[in-house]
Design a protein around this ligand. Structure first.
Ligand SMILES: NC(=O)c1ccc[n+]([C@@H]2O[C@H](COP(=O)([O-])OP(=O)(O)OC[C@H]3O[C@@H](n4cnc5c(N)ncnc54)[C@H](OP(=O)(O)O)[C@@H]3O)[C@@H](O)[C@H]2O)c1
Length: 326
């Protein structure tokens, strides 16, 4: 089967298209075999350690396709022939291939939203689950939904995670939440349509002064943007949730953020997403109902997979990059 592979060491990986990677064995236990129609690219995955630990070195956690076989002990609701979309566990991945095996007992796979193409669906799982977990688990209703006029700054708002997060925040927390979107100016109109109350251009010096004080920051940009986020979040009592790569020095409990000295009483969280089939299902239904808009996608055929990876690494590309295997 055709598969994308990272070859060489993590310090200098080569992205390759293998036209004859060995076919997968039939599913065992509760595994599900999916024929992958489309797979999304998260370019930072090239720096994630997990893919280098697999024997295949096949990247890819976001897929959409059709079930071709079920393991003998699978007892869930899905059937052969169902169109599904899935987020493959961060430790397993291997979705950028013509076939992938997923674990039917884990929360990896659900039916694809019927209104979306496979390419549109493959763009969604990581952005949806990251946005969901940032809003409802790590920032939480306590911080976001408590009182009218609560302000949340969303950085990287025009990216894949940000576009979903702005919509989910507006839908779930209503008009009382003030959503400040940090993005380049060309994306302001789209962000306002999706639910942002205010838009600020991160390319303007001292953008933090335009933002003013916020209760919560949800950060998809990292680096200097995250450093400035500490200046705008309320201290004490504010919350910073970040997922941006590379992770801050204090992530994974390695240290206490040194910024806390100047900004005491701020709760700072970095997380790596987990699986959540219920969230994938619910957002899929909201998309089918027209309450959440799907992401813009830029599609490449598998033969152009290396171009797809290169394009996915560019800034301001205005769309989630997807490789089509069918
Ligand atoms: N920890 C986790 O579990 C997890 C899960 C998902 C994603 N992530 C990470 O989260 C980040 C966002 O993911 P994504 O898929 O949404 O990425 P994306 O689609 O590439 O979007 C990134 C966004 O950030 C903006 N941006 C880039 N550099 C910036 C800067 N210096 N200052 C301000 N904004 C900047 C971009 O705006 P312009 O295009 O206008 O420049 C773009 O809108 C990535 O680092 C990704 O690896 C982590």
């Amino acid at each position: 089967m055709k598969a994308i592979q990272f070859l060489g060491p993590k310090s200098n990986p080569q992205i390759t298209l293998n036209p004859s990677y060995p076919d997968l064995p039939p599913p065992t236990g509760s595994q599900i075999l999916i024929k992958v129609y489309s797979a999304g690219i998260t370019h930072d995955e090239i720096n994630w350690p997990e893919v280098y630990k697999t024997t295949s070195h096949i990247p890819g956690h976001d897929v959409s396709g059709v079930i071709t076989a079920l393991g003998p002990s699978y007892t869930g609701p899905l059937k052969v022939g169902d169109a599904v979309y899935a987020m493959l566990h961060v430790d397993r991945g291997q979705g950028q291939a013509e076939y992938v095996l997923v674990d039917g007992e884990e929360e990896e796979v659900v039916r694809k939203p019927g209104s979306l193409s496979h390419a549109q669906a493959a763009a969604l799982p990581i952005p949806v689950l990251t946005a969901w977990e940032a809003l409802f688990v790590h920032a939480g209703e306590e911080s976001l939904g408590k009182k009218k006029g609560t302000r949340v700054l969303v950085t990287g708002a025009s990216g894949a995670v940000g576009l979903i997060l702005v919509q989910l925040a507006r839908l779930k927390f209503g008009g009382g939440l003030d959503i400040v979107a940090l993005a380049s100016e060309g994306n302001f109109e789209r962000l306002r349509e999706l639910g942002a109350s205010e838009c600020v251009d991160y390319k303007v010096p001292d953008w933090e002064e335009k933002v003013g004080k916020v209760d919560v920051v949800i950060d998809m940009a990292g680096g200097e943007v995250l450093a400035k986020a500490w200046e705008v979040v309320k201290s004490p009592g504010g919350v910073i949730v970040t997922v941006a790569d590379p992770a801050p020095a204090w992530a994974f409990g390695k240290a206490v953020p040194e910024e806390l000295e100047m900004h005491p009483g701020v709760r700072a969280v970095y997380f790596v997403i987990g699986l959540n089939a219920e969230a994938l299902k619910e957002v899929g239904e909201l998309i089918d109902l027209g309450k959440i808009k799907a992401l813009p996608v830029v599609e490449f055929p598998v033969e152009k997979a290396l171009d797809a990876w290169e394009f996915a690494g560019q800034r301001s590309r205005n769309g989630k990059v997807v490789i089509n295997f069918v």
